[in-house]
Design a protein around this ligand. Structure first.
Ligand code: HEC
Length: 230
């Protein structure tokens, strides 16, 4: 993967003129990439590979809807940072972007429309949230052929029904191959005031019924809350 996105490069240049702006550390950026890679490997193993070998799409769906938020939680707890997925239009409302993520996602979309290669995009920034100094990181996720089973323009009826039941507010369908379908996001508190960040509190397991036991009224599925306090 290329190091820094075009606009992240621009941010570095700007920062060079204003030396007070703190730059994200290479270690944090690498850890964020590692988190995204772990998630991607899990997706490949449990989702795309199964679809490619023609496992029943509904079985794959069940496994995804049940486990994807869990994978993110496991990665977060292992690396002691908030790892999540988000998008401008989300399927699971629990994945909705915050202001920083939304702004970066809009920049990704703009740069892709301008003809740049999204595989080179990566945003990394140190931001201030009240007293907290926070590392933020975002990298786009592109829709591949296998993703379109559940995110494409034509989704088979059984999957459509499941989606309509569980995600009545779904905004993550209608994609075509190669489009940016969202992003991997990392947020890590570095300091609070002058103090080091408080010890990591493991994100607890969410209370979610297995997909085959959920009723229409149970939707939407709520992901573990790693949402930062405002
Ligand atoms: C079997 C159906 C299925 C497949 C295949 C699938 N998705 Fe999803 N996708 C879902 C469901 C269900 C959710 C909501 C899960 C959650 O709560 O995180 C989701 C959520 C997402 C999100 C989080 C933002 C949101 O909309 O809530 C992203 C990003 C995403 N998918 C990208 C992809 C990509 C990229 C691929 C292909 C590599 C893919 N998906 C393949 C069903 C699927």
């Amino acid at each position: 993967m290329k190091t820094v996105a075009a606009f992240a490069g621009a941010a570095v240049l700007l920062a060079a003129c204003a030396p007070k702006v703190e730059q994200p550390s290479t270690a944090d950026i690498q850890q964020a990439r590692q988190a995204a890679l772990s998630f991607e490997q899990q997706m490949k193993r449990e989702i795309t590979t199964r679809l490619e070998r023609n496992d029943d799409a509904v079985a794959v769906y069940m496994s995804y809807a049940d486990h994807a938020p869990e994978w993110a939680r496991e990665i977060s707890n292992r690396l002691e940072l908030d790892f999540s997925r988000t998008a401008l239009g989300v399927r699971n409302p629990a994945n909705a972007p915050d202001d920083w993520e939304k702004q970066q996602l809009e920049t990704f979309a703009f740069l892709m429309d301008s003809g740049l290669d999204p595989d080179t995009f990566e945003a990394a920034e140190i931001v201030q949230e009240g007293d907290a100094t926070v590392f933020r990181w975002l990298r786009p996720v592109r829709m591949m052929d296998a993703c379109l089973t559940c995110h494409g323009e034509t989704i088979e009826q059984r999957i459509k029904l499941l989606l309509a039941q569980e995600y009545p507010l779904d905004e993550a369908a209608g994609y075509s191959e190669g489009q940016i379908g969202g992003a991997y996001s990392v947020r890590k508190v570095l300091r609070v005031g002058d103090q080091p960040a408080p010890a990591w509190t493991p994100i607890p397991e969410p209370v979610v019924l297995p997909a085959d036991q959920r009723q229409p009224g149970d939707a939407p599925v709520v992901a573990p809350s790693s949402t930062p306090p405002e």
